[in-house]
Design a binder for this molecule. Structure first.
Ligand SMILES: NC(=O)c1ccc[n+]([C@@H]2O[C@H](COP(=O)([O-])OP(=O)(O)OC[C@H]3O[C@@H](n4cnc5c(N)ncnc54)[C@H](O)[C@@H]3O)[C@@H](O)[C@H]2O)c1
Length: 275
């Protein structure tokens, strides 16, 4: 979608951080934006910001981990605008802990938002976008954790690797159909957002204490996030990728790409050692 003027965009997790940044950048480019977030106060405040920019913006409180909630989001977007050109599956949550010790309900929560969120978005919107026959673009927010693995982030890393797989598959399928719908997968490095602070509030509310190793990783990630680029800067980078139809998007993460090479070397050396 090279010209966003008058296009309709739906952004999940648009109440804060990268999602809000994408919503603002899309509105500045002339798009009308449906703001979806589970937090109604954030939805209202971002809709106000977008409206002030001249965007015909509407908010829909949505839980992306719930397929019926995402279906209602699609119903609301199509009822209001009759078409959707850009879908940004961005809502996500953080989590730390060893793969084996993270509680099952924590695995379910993280995979529910980070993996099922984009799956639900694709399932509710892509068939309607295809039958609309108009140019379109789907953005899925993964992470550098979608490509490389650190320790103590098993649920998060697993969910974000799934988003890369989903995005590759979706792109191949849409290309196979010759559909005018592009796909991008966003793999940010540090972006200064509410993601770790929200997690702090949540763990306090649940009264759960992280084990020492998970707490240490949490503090390290919080530092990376707090020292990152702004959500608005990330939003501009994502919006530029939509316009240019670039698949891979690396806001503040280009330095991490070198970490992919040792993995490829290891794959090749394992193959040569294979009998
Ligand atoms: N901030 C970073 O450094 C960073 C790095 C890599 C990837 N990411 C990814 O970027 C995306 C955006 O995160 P952010 O950093 O802007 O965080 P953020 O917390 O500032 O924004 C995320 C928004 O998603 C909403 N949300 C959470 N669960 C939801 C649900 N079930 N349904 C609907 N909305 C929900 C939250 O209310 C929040 O407004 C996430 O997918 C995250 O994993 C962020």
């Amino acid at each position: 979608v090279d010209d966003l003027q008058g296009r309709i965009a739906v952004v999940t997790g648009a109440g804060s951080g990268i999602g809000r940044g994408v919503a603002l950048a899309l509105a500045r480019s002339g798009a009308d934006v449906v703001v979806a977030d589970r937090d109604s106060g954030r939805v209202a405040s971002v809709v106000e910001e977008l409206t002030a920019l001249g965007s015909d913006s509407v908010g829909v409180v949505t839980d992306v981990s719930d397929a019926s909630s995402v279906e209602r989001l699609a119903d609301a977007a199509y009822a209001r605008f009759g078409r959707v050109h850009v879908l940004v599956n961005n809502a996500g949550v953080a989590s730390t802990g060893t793969t084996w010790a993270s509680p099952l309900d924590e695995w379910a929560r993280v995979v529910g938002v980070n993996m099922w969120g984009p799956v639900n978005g694709v399932r509710s919107f892509v068939p309607r976008m295809l039958s609309g026959g108009q140019p379109g673009h789907v953005v899925n927010t993964s992470s550098m954790a979608g490509l490389i693995a650190a320790t103590l982030t098993g649920a998060y890393t697993t969910s974000k690797h799934a988003v890369v797989g989903l995005s590759k598959c979706l792109r191949a399928e849409l290309q196979g159909l010759g559909a005018p719908i592009g796909v991008s997968v966003v793999c940010p490095g540090g972006v200064a957002t509410a993601i770790m602070d929200d997690e702090l509030v949540r763990t306090r509310e649940t009264g759960r204490r992280l084990p020492a190793d998970a707490q240490e990783m949490f503090d390290h990630l919080k530092q990376t996030v707090d020292g990152g680029i702004s959500g608005e800067a990330a939003g501009e980078i994502v919006t530029d990728a939509i316009r240019a139809n670039r698949f891979w998007v690396f806001p503040n993460s280009e330095d991490y790409l070198a970490l992919l090479e040792p993995e490829h070397d290891e794959m090749r050396s394992c193959v040569s050692a294979q009998k």
